[in-house]
Design a protein. Structure first.
Ligand code: GRF
Length: 194
């Protein structure tokens, strides 16, 4: 299976996905693309021998469709079977999502359906939740919605800040996403629960 990964920043989830694919030999990372040419993850991908592309979203202003038309060019050229969003911070239009219906994944740092959107860890702390975590789901036109393919839970500890909780969740993201992708490319939709 040919897998393309979209990132916006450090790409720590992308790195773990590529490492797992290369170690297990079950899929090929055909592209890592970012909406920011300065994304540190692009350099990491290049060092791992993965082709990269960067399409800066800023020149397009509010014209999401125009930005996505540009972003689609390197993605379609790579002919991916699966598209993984990994720390990708741009909202994608239904038109873009529909082109990858049933073959696009995203990782979100909360136990969906709780806390779609941003600032998930602070919201969990503010709500006094005893647990937090992350979710891998199929991407649908509704933001942070879609069939859940995996979840990992972590305890909220006394004195946790959004930063300490985010760090604890990120460790689980790095375990969850590769486990989900392995099943996904094998056609297995049984949720991974960690
Ligand atoms: C992290 O906050 C992670 O929880 C979320 O995206 C952010 C960056 O992840 N998935 P990455 O290091 O770029 O993969």
């Amino acid at each position: 299976k040919r897998v393309a990964i979209l990132i916006s920043g450090g790409g720590s989830n992308m790195v773990r996905l590529v490492e797992d694919m290369q170690a297990q030999g079950y899929a090929a990372p055909v592209l890592v693309a970012s909406n920011d040419a300065a994304a540190a993850g692009l350099e990491k991908a290049a060092r791992m021998g993965v082709p990269t592309a960067a399409i800066d979203h800023r020149p397009f202003g509010k014209d999401r469709v125009a930005f996505e038309a540009e972003l689609l060019k390197p993605i379609l050229a790579a002919e991916p079977d699966v598209l993984c969003l990994a720390g990708f911070m741009r909202v994608l239009t239904p038109g873009f999502v529909e082109q990858f219906a049933g073959r696009m994944l995203n990782i979100h740092p909360s136990l969906l359906p709780k806390y779609p959107g941003l600032h998930t860890h602070q919201r969990a702390l503010d709500a006094g939740d005893a647990e937090a975590g992350c979710t891998v789901h199929e991407v649908t036109p509704v933001l942070d919605d879609g069939p859940i393919l995996g979840q990992a839970r972590v305890p909220v500890e006394p004195g946790d800040t959004a930063e300490t909780l985010a760090a604890r969740v990120l460790v689980m993201e790095h375990r969850l996403y590769p486990a989900v992708l392995r099943r996904y490319v094998a056609g297995d939709r049984t949720p991974v629960l960690l």
